[in-house]
Design a protein around this ligand. Sequence first.
Ligand SMILES: *[C@@H]1O[C@H](CO)[C@@H](O)[C@H](O)[C@H]1NC(C)=O
Ligand SMILES: *[C@@H]1O[C@H](CO)[C@@H](O)[C@H](O)[C@H]1NC(C)=O
Length: 406
Amino acid sequence: MKMPRPTPPLLLAISLLVLAWPASCADPVLFPVSKDAATSLYSIPVRDGANHVVDLAGQLLWSTCAHDHLPAKLSCKDPVCKLADAYRAPSCRIAGRPCKKKCTAYPYNPVTGKCAAAGLIHTRLVANTTDGKNPLQQVSVRAVAACAPRNILASLPKDVTGVAGLSASGLALPAQIAANHRVANKFLLCLPRRGEGVAVFGGGPLFLQPGEAVGDLTTVLAFTALHTRKGNPLYYIPVQAIAVDQPPPVLLPAGGVVLCSRVAFTALRPDVYRPVVDAFDRGLARNDAKVDKVGPFELCYNSTMLQNTRNGYAVPEISFVFEDGKRWTFVGSNSMVHVDGQTACFAFVEMKGVKAGDPNAAAVVVGGFQMENHLLQFDLEKKQLGFAMVPSFSECSNFDFTNSQY
Ligand SMILES: *[C@@H]1O[C@H](CO)[C@@H](O)[C@H](O)[C@H]1NC(C)=O
Ligand SMILES: *[C@@H]1O[C@H](CO)[C@@H](O)[C@H](O)[C@H]1NC(C)=O
């Protein structure tokens, strides 16, 4: 079948993708974020309401192929093709063939590690703009996506048709929205524990209900550096140590700390896990309330015997300590998980298949449960991560998605 040729303006727009836009001039773009109970993955409805799993390490926007897709005919030399080609997941063996005629991308399932060779298509993201308080108006934003065979969807939530990559790569969602909707290349992420959280591309402000009490949450962000490494799609943050209430903190050896929305609970490399778990156990000092462990968690307690506060159970705080002494702190609501009606466990797990101290493995992979109900701002222009805990009387699912103008 003969496909229509892309029109020149479209081509122009795509080549502009690789150029940095100087200043923002449009309203940021809003997506609701939901959490799938079965897989603990988060997703956003990016393409005509079709849900896509968000992957902070994802390089592409990809969906299963549909008949009405408009193929993007890109030469191997096209900058967009170079972007598509730039990173191949290590588990993706079919990747690595040089581009000969047709530009090929390698969509990757972040849960199974499966990948496929796929063509690129032109598509449109349909979403509302926002002033940070409500949706404003519907917009349609051009984007380039990969169109993948259905079988690589295995193990993703049932209502999902693809993955929305949120990495710093040029074909991931933040850069595409920044280029084609002319907003700053930064995004806010407020992952929900339940209900609908919020992702905003282009930056703040952000208000959660009750609005008068919470105020613009982007004004209370603390900042640290956001690093990326060559040939590696992960976001790294320069954590020096993990503090468990009382000093001395657990110093972090080589390996780095990465943010990973597709991991349910923060995983600590064995050499980091042991001292952190032991410090938590000592700090809480509730052997009387301990019950049998419930895998993958080691420290579990009879929850009816733990003291409750507005911030979850009264347990030692876990903090990531940065170079300048700044801390990103996790209270009971982010450090204790209910495994059943009577049992709550310390929600950090030991990294599997990795040796203690292996400098090639991350020391800490920060998972979704710990990021929930924190506002995170990924500023890819300033290479900065902003972080703030949502106040206990609100939560990420308190964004007002209604708009009186509709
Ligand atoms: C935009 O917001 C309105 C009002 O809340 C809503 O009805 C509509 O579904 C939204 N559109 C998209 C694409 O999210
Ligand atoms: C938890 O503690 C409550 C109150 O002390 C007790 O009734 C219950 O049997 C305990 N449950 C377990 C699983 O130990």
